[in-house]
Write a protein that binds this ligand. Structure first.
Ligand SMILES: [Zn+2]
Length: 252
């Protein structure tokens, strides 16, 4: 990353932000504390308490294992765990259902910076966000996965590809379905509209949260209709029974 030069316009922008924070105080989306002008959406305390996976793109991580013996992927990574008691649940809810699409861009940048020291992005040609069905996109006004992809792109410089993969089936919410029902629910939900945009490329498929592999698997099956496509996967959060944390170290 280039060092951020504190130019005149930077200082003016900062001043406006500080004034705006006094007139219209912003709150942490998790604990409600007042945010200072250096932070967006989430305060420093809540950020520190997020259940980060620390996978750092390591081979054989829990996320990759979801696809072992199912389909071939290059690599997979999730930034944090997601559970009913986790602060990440509130974060994801704000991103998805409460109009806070800026959380997606912010955490997309964090997801990319988390892997900056690794070779995770080295051979990736395009970032493909999991598409929403057009009616859902119309009512939500944004695709949260596309916002995450934008954040990743800002840091890596890799293009976001939204014209190749489309969602052709409106799927009901999957939260109460079994693994088998989820798979059935997602079958044929995606279609590769334009094979030329990704043929022969290494694609990074991006979603907000993964619970079972059913949604991403349906996307991968569609993407592989293009010749010579390789797929890697990245999500903001990893949910479900796979989100078992390593045992906590207890000092004696
Ligand atoms: Zn907070």
């Amino acid at each position: 990353m280039r060092p951020y030069k504190k130019t005149f316009s930077y200082r003016i922008g900062r001043l406006f932000k500080e004034v705006a924070d006094v007139l219209f105080p912003r709150q942490c989306c998790i604990c409600g504390r007042k945010l200072n002008s250096d932070t967006d959406n989430i305060c420093g305390v809540c950020f520190t308490n997020l259940p980060f996976t620390h996978f750092k793109g390591k081979k054989g991580n829990t996320m990759e294992r979801l696809f072992w013996g199912v389909t071939e992927i290059e690599q997979a990574n999730a930034l944090m765990y997601y559970d009913i008691d986790d602060p990440s649940r509130v974060l994801l809810h704000e991103l998805k259902y409460n109009g806070h699409d800026d959380i997606g861009v912010q955490f997309g940048r964090i997801m990319a910076k988390d892997l900056e020291e690794t070779d995770f992005f080295n051979t990736i040609d395009a970032i493909v966000p999991v598409p929403l069905y057009y009616k859902k996109l119309k009512s939500r006004h944004y695709n949260q996965s596309e916002r995450i992809a934008q954040g990743i792109s800002e840091i890596t410089g890799i293009r976001v590809e939204t014209q190749a993969l489309i969602r052709i089936k409106d799927t009901p919410t999957q939260t109460k379905l079994t693994k088998e029902e989820r798979q059935e629910n997602m079958e044929g939900a995606f279609e590769l509209k334009d094979t030329t945009r990704i043929a022969g490329q290494h694609v990074l498929l991006v979603d907000d949260v993964i619970t079972t592999n059913s949604t991403l698997l349906a996307c991968i099956n569609a993407l592989k209709h293009a010749n010579g496509v390789k797929v890697s996967i990245m999500t903001l959060a990893l949910a479900g029974k796979h989100s078992k944390r390593p045992p906590q170290y207890t000092p004696v």
